[in-house]
Ligand binder design. Sequence first.
Ligand SMILES: *[C@@H]1O[C@H](CO)[C@@H](O)[C@H](O)[C@H]1NC(C)=O
Ligand SMILES: *[C@@H]1O[C@H](CO)[C@@H](O)[C@H](O)[C@H]1NC(C)=O
Length: 533
Amino acid sequence: MTPATSESLLFSVFRMWPLRKMVWLTILVSVVLVLTLLHSWPTRVYTTVDVWQRPGPLLEKRAELNTKTISAHSFVSSLLARNGCVCEGESGGVNLPFAQLLFPRVSAHSLSTAFEASELDEIKRRRAKEYKSFQKRYTPADALIIAEANNPLQYPTQGVEMRPMKTVIIPGKTSDRNKHPVNITATLGTLNVAAEVDGVKVKGDGEMHMALSSSLLPNLNRQLQFVTYTNTLFHPNTADTVQLETEGRRAMFTIKIRHGVTPKLYNTGSKGEYNVSALVTIATKTFLRYDKLQDLIDSVRKYYPTVTIVIADDSENPKTVSGPYIEHYIMPFGKGWFAGRNLAVSQVTTKYFLWVDDDFFFTANTKLEKLVDVLEKTTLDLVGGAVREATGYTATFRQTISVEPGEEDGDCLHIRKGFHHVIQGFPNCVVTDGVINFFLARTDKVQQVGFDPRLDRVAHMEFFIDGLGSLHVGSCDDVIVSHASKIRLPWVSQSESDKAYTKFRYPSASSDATHTKNGILYFKNRFQCLTHN
Ligand SMILES: *[C@@H]1O[C@H](CO)[C@@H](O)[C@H](O)[C@H]1NC(C)=O
Ligand SMILES: *[C@@H]1O[C@H](CO)[C@@H](O)[C@H](O)[C@H]1NC(C)=O
C-alpha cells in the first residue's frame, strides 16, 4: 500500500466514525497514556553517592595526630612499635641431631626469595599497588579524637588502637587548679610511666590502677603525657575501658585492642589495561544441562579465550567437560545449588569471580572490563549486571533488604524491589542490597559470607541476606549477558534433560525445598516473618 492510499483509507475511517465515538476514543487513549506514565514515573528521587576508594579527611587527620604524638615523645616511640620490622633468628648453637629439640632456636626466613631477582621489582610494585587499595578499604574510620571538654580532664574519646599484648601511650591532661590527684584505672592491662617527671608522685606504676599527684600542675600534666598502657590479657579483638578520675570528675575512654586485618592481595597481572584472564574466574554450577553449558563455554571463548572457567557439577551421570582453562569439579548427585556455588567459589584464585548460570551466554554486550572497573575504583564488593531474556526483556533484579528488630518471636525481614543510590561517576550503576545471579564479586569477601549448602534447590536472596552488613553491593545495567529461553513454548517439546531439570529446579510452594528455606530463615537468621514485593 502506498502512503497516499493509506492516508485516504484512514481519512475515510474517521469520516465514517460518529463524532461521539471519536471523543470517547480520545479520552480512552489519554487515560491509558497517563496511567502508563504514572506507572513508569519513579516514585522516589534517588540521590547519587560517592563510593570511590579514597581515604576520607578523618583518616588524614589521624595520621597527622599520630606523627605529632610520636615526635613529641620520640624517646618512647620504640614502645609504639611503628618502626619498620626485621625478622631476626638466633644465631650460634651446635648442629647436632636433636639440637633443635634440646636447644630450640628461633629461625628467620626471607620470603622474597620465592621470586627471581629480575622479577622482584615488578612483583613489589604490583603488591604495593594492591596493598594501597586494600588499606583504603580496610583502615578503620576511627580518627584519634581528643575531648577538650568543660571537664578538667582531657582524654581521647576514640581512636586509640593497639595490638594485643603491646604497649601504647595514652595521652591525658588535667586542668584542675586545685591539684587533686589523677587516678587512672584499666581492666585488661597495666599502666606505667614511661619517664618520670620531677615533683610528681606516682602510685601503682605497673598495676591496673595508678594515682598521680603533684603540687605543680605543669609537672603533673607533663607526667600525664608519659602514661603508657600495656595489654596483658590476650584477646584477638577486644577493647579496654580506661577510667580517668580526679576529685568529683570522671571520664572514660576505650582502647581498641586487636590484630590488624591480614591482607589477602591478588596478583592482578601487568600494568595498563585490565587483564580479565588474570583478574577474573568465571564460576558456574551445572546440573544435567550439558548442551547449554557448552553454549556458555563457546560464547565465553569468543570474547575471553584464556579466562579460567570453574564448573561445579552434581549431575547423576556426569559427562566430561574439558578444554583449556576449564576446571570441572564433580560432586555427589543432587548436592544442590548453593553447595555447587560454594565449591566453585572455593577454587577461585583470582581477585574476582563472575557468577553465571549454566544457561547464560556471552554476547558483545558482556563487557567484563566494565564491571572490573567498578570494583577496582569503588568500595563495592559485588556488582551485578543485567540478564537479557530471549524475549528481549532485560532484568537487573535489584532488591533492598531491611531487618526490623523484633521481640522473642524474631526479627522481621523486608525485601523490596529497588536500590539506595546512583553511583557517582557510574551513571548506569546503583548501590543496593541484592542483585541478579549474574555478578562480579571480590573472591575473598564472598568466601567469607559463603553459600549455605543446605539450600539445595531454589535459593538466591539467602546469600545476600547472609551478607547483609558485610557486603557492599552494586548493580549496573550496561553489562548484559543473555539467557537461553526459560519461557517454554508449548509447541516445542522439552528435551529429556530439560524435563528432569524442571522437575528438580522448580518445586511447588508446599514442597520440602520451600520448607527447608523457611526453616533456615527462621532458625539460622532468627527471622519470624518475611515481606516482599
Ligand atoms: C584515687 O586512688 C586512691 C588509691 O589509689 C584513692 O584513695 C582515691 O580516693 C582515689 N581518688 C579518686 C578521686 O577516685
Ligand atoms: C593476562 O593474564 C594471563 C594470566 O595471568 C597471562 O597468561 C597473560 O600473559 C596476561 N596478558 C597480558 C597481556 O598481560
